[in-house]
Ligand binder design. Structure first.
Ligand code: NDP
Ligand code: AKG
Ligand code: MG
Length: 496
């Protein structure tokens, strides 16, 4: 298989005919209107045209189920006053069937998503090792869908390996365009990989004192992990804006990173996150450390700066004088800057911004799930964490997602193509249906979204579930519903 190039020349401006783009092989619906964007938010007509990609593998089962549930919810909620005009576009195996060998992501598809602004998709296959790079990732990068939003909440009755899965109610806000996931890497043994390794070993590493005598083995593959201030801050900005819309008790943003080890990438993500929170969102945010400093003073009005520093920093007394001074400066800086606006308990009304090291957050979401709300992560950490959080609340069949940018959004589940279940009408369509719920909410069609959530909740509570949930229920549900039957059960339970 040869590789594809995605970037650069793609999404050419297409000539318009009667206000619609021209396509090589697609015909847009003849009825319906375009969604547009203003200040990063969608303006949605009552008859939007929405492109969908069926998806590979189990997409063949999941998509028809999803479309049926979304249409039924819109019809039940709004009668004939609102309607989605679906526009089938192609990616993955289906695209190769339509457009020819290796045409995994045709320009028609990109043009349609660009033209209509909001799309929804099933999963697409990515081979491990060689072969094409991920189409899913390419779509996010091409459209600058920088925030991958993956809520994990529990529907009562869902079987879970955890004792109290209802305590987990988090939203993973995952940076979607950079990190190792950018895919800039070179195969071991190639000329460029060897050139790069030699350059690093002979010039850059020796020129950087902190790297000492480290060397990279010549038989290494090399990947690049860029983490930018721009990419980090626009993600954290969206996460904080989301936190502002949550109930008070959930107004928290946790910056997840491995900054103790990767200081200038993961550590920088944390620092840029705090910098944004305490500049752009100063009035509405407090950091965890600031809250400690303020509450120390609230507990003892005349506490000295040094005693306050001692309480904030474990092991303060064994620090170097320079480090002690740094902590004291921080304490004084916080009190001078925000005591009036945040002190005397006012900080308790603000959004709490804290940070946790990535490995520790994996155990925290299991042992202390209710202490977390929005988890802002870089790309790779968020990939792992969103599958792990989905497992706590019932598995990948219940893990929806959205990829959001400033002028486009694509909705898709957390899971992949689950090939062994493809075409058997047995897979759980819940996660793509819930991605549809996120899409309806994003469009402002809350009544339709609420109907689906109610239908899913009722179906699960009545043990009307697919194989994945059925096998974990006590007593077991046998036989489980098929994928298509689960969709119908959701619709039947809209009004129960
Ligand atoms: N956004 C996307 O399109 C994504 C695409 N992928 C791609 O998908 C392909 C397959 O990846 P793989 O690692 O197998 O991961 P998958 O997420 O596709 O599947 C792994 C397992 O998770 C469970 N599962 C997945 N989806 C569902 C569902 N809807 N309902 C119930 N259970 C589900 C199944 O477990 P069990 O069999 O035990 O019931 C399944 O075998 C790869 O090519 C990968 O790159 C992966 C992730 C995201
Ligand atoms: O694109 C893929 O194949 C995998 C992507 C993935 O795992 C994810 O986005 O969670
Ligand atoms: Mg993943």
């Amino acid at each position: 298989m040869r590789s594809l190039t995605y970037f650069g020349s793609l999404i050419k401006e297409q000539p318009l005919i009667n206000d619609h783009c021209m396509y090589e092989k697609l015909t847009a619906p003849t009825t319906g209107s375009k969604i547009t964007f203003e200040d990063g938010n969608p303006i949605v007509p009552n008859d939007p045209i929405i492109p969908f990609i069926r998806g590979d593998g189990t997409g063949i089962d999941i998509w028809p189920a999803t479309e049926k549930v979304i249409d039924a919810a819109v019809k039940t909620a709004y009668g004939d006053s609102k309607k989605i005009n679906w526009f089938k576009v192609y990616a993955g195996d289906e695209a190769c069937d339509q457009y020819g060998t290796y045409q995994y992501l045709p320009e028609d598809t990109l043009t349609a998503i660009k033209e209509y602004g909001i799309a929804i998709k099933g999963p697409l296959t990515t081979p491990v090792g060689g072969g094409i790079r991920s189409l899913n990732v390419a779509l996010r990068q091409i459209f600058e869908l920088y925030a991958c939003v993956r809520p994990c909440r529990y529907y009562p009755g869902t079987p879970s390996p955890h004792k109290s899965p209802e305590k987990l109610n988090v939203i993973v806000y995952r940076e979607n365009t950079e990190d190792i996931y950018l895919g800039i890497e070179w195969t071991e043994g190639t000329e460029i990989a060897q050139k790069l390794i030699n350059y690093l070993n002979n010039e850059l590493i020796p020129a950087t004192a902190e790297h000492g005598k480290k060397q990279i083995r010549i038989d290494s593959g090399i990947g690049v992990k860029p983490i930018s201030k721009t990419g980090s801050q626009r993600l954290v900005r969206r996460a904080i804006e989301h936190a502002l819309r949550l109930p008070k008790a959930k107004q928290m943003v946790t910056l997840v990173h491995k900054g103790n080890i990767m200081k200038y990438t993961e550590g920088a993500f944390r620092d840029w996150g705090y910098e944004l929170a305490t500049s752009e969102f100063r009035d509405v945010c407090v950091t965890e450390r600031e809250s400690w400093i303020l509450s120390n003073k609230e507990g003892k009005a005349d506490i000295s700066i040094e005693d306050n520093a001692r309480k904030v920093e474990p092991g303060y007394d064994s620090l170097t004088p320079e480090k002690k001074q740094e902590i004291c400066d921080e304490v004084k800086g916080v009190i001078d800057a925000i005591w009036d606006s945040h002190g005397d308990g006012k900080w308790k009304e603000k959004i709490m911004v804290n940070d946790r090291i990535a490995d520790s957050i994996f155990q925290q979401i299991q042992t202390r799930p209710d202490e977390y709300s929005i988890l802002a992560t870089m790309n790779l950490n968020g990939d792992y964490l969103s599958d792990a959080a989905a497992a706590v609340v019932g598995g990948l069949g219940m893990g929806p997602g959205a990829n959001i940018g400033d002028t486009c959004a694509i909705f898709e589940a957390t899971h992949g193509t689950a090939p062994k279940h493809a075409g058997l009408d047995r897979i759980n369509p819940g996660s793509v249906i819930l991605s549809g719920v996120m899409m309806l909410e994003y469009m402002g069609w809350q009544e339709a979204a609420d109907l689906i959530k109610k239908g899913i909740g009722n179906a699960i509570a009545n043990r009307q579930v697919t194989y994945d949930l059925a096998r974990l229920m006590e007593p077991k549900v046998d036989p489980p519903l098929k994928c298509s039957e689960f969709a119908q059960a959701i619709i039947d339970y809209f009004n129960d």
